[in-house]
Ligand binder design. Structure first.
Ligand SMILES: Cc1cc2nc3c(=O)[nH]c(=O)nc-3n(C[C@H](O)[C@H](O)[C@H](O)COP(=O)(O)O)c2cc1C
Length: 180
């Protein structure tokens, strides 16, 4: 079985999470991890699981303006220096079968009553569902202590475990219906 993880990341936090998820998935699958600017826009039907994730910026997916703001917050080069998930999703094409999809995001810790305001994972799910992918697990959120990081303690390990659980759950899924 094969998984493709596509991530966007400014300061490296979502990249760390993507790599941790990859370690978890790799217990049961072959995994390729791609930065969004290097990710394929045509998803092969050989992909059994697509995992997509990135940061929340201004309550949603990044935009060119928010990425410029991020660049001003650090002296280091950004991890994602070209397009973001928004632009990649606009170009992406899936195969005739509905490839299973799971989404994650990174975000600041908010009081619980404010957690629903960050829409990155919901937007990614909705847009990719519209392109024929099928969401097979609830999106997961990973927390940073400050905008540039670091990740909250234990988030990397939590992402590895989540990857392991996803792989186990995927092995139990019924095969995708042919949409052709
Ligand atoms: C311009 C900008 C806007 C942000 N807006 C939000 C936000 O609305 N909600 C939130 O939880 N975090 C927000 N953050 C924090 C990011 O979620 C955080 O920088 C990101 O998750 C870190 O992951 P990365 O290093 O992979 O980019 C913002 C960060 C930047 C730079």
């Amino acid at each position: 079985m094969r998984a493709l993880i596509v991530f966007e990341s400014m300061f490296g936090n979502a990249q760390t999470i993507a790599r941790s998820i990859s370690r978890g998935l790799a217990t049961a699958m072959d995994v390729r991890t791609a930065e969004v600017g290097d990710a394929p826009t045509s998803i092969s039907e050989e992909v059994d699981l697509l995992v997509v994730g990135g940061p929340n910026h201004q309550f949603g997916m990044t935009r060119p303006d928010s990425r410029r703001q991020a660049a001003e917050m650090t002296t280091r080069p950004l991890v994602s220096r070209g397009i973001g998930l928004r632009e990649w999703i606009a170009r992406v094409r899936g195969p005739a079968v509905a490839v299973p999809l799971v989404v994650f995001d990174t975000r600041l810790t908010h009081p619980r009553f404010l957690q629903h305001v960050d829409r990155t994972s919901r937007s990614v799910e909705k847009r990719l569902r519209d392109r024929g992918f099928r969401v097979v697990a609830t999106a997961e959120h990973f927390f940073v202590l400050d905008a540039v990081g670091p990740l909250r303690r234990g988030e990397g390990e939590r992402a590895v475990r989540w990857g392991e659980e996803l792989a186990r759950a995927l092995l139990r899924l019924p095969p995708a219906a042919d949409q052709g």
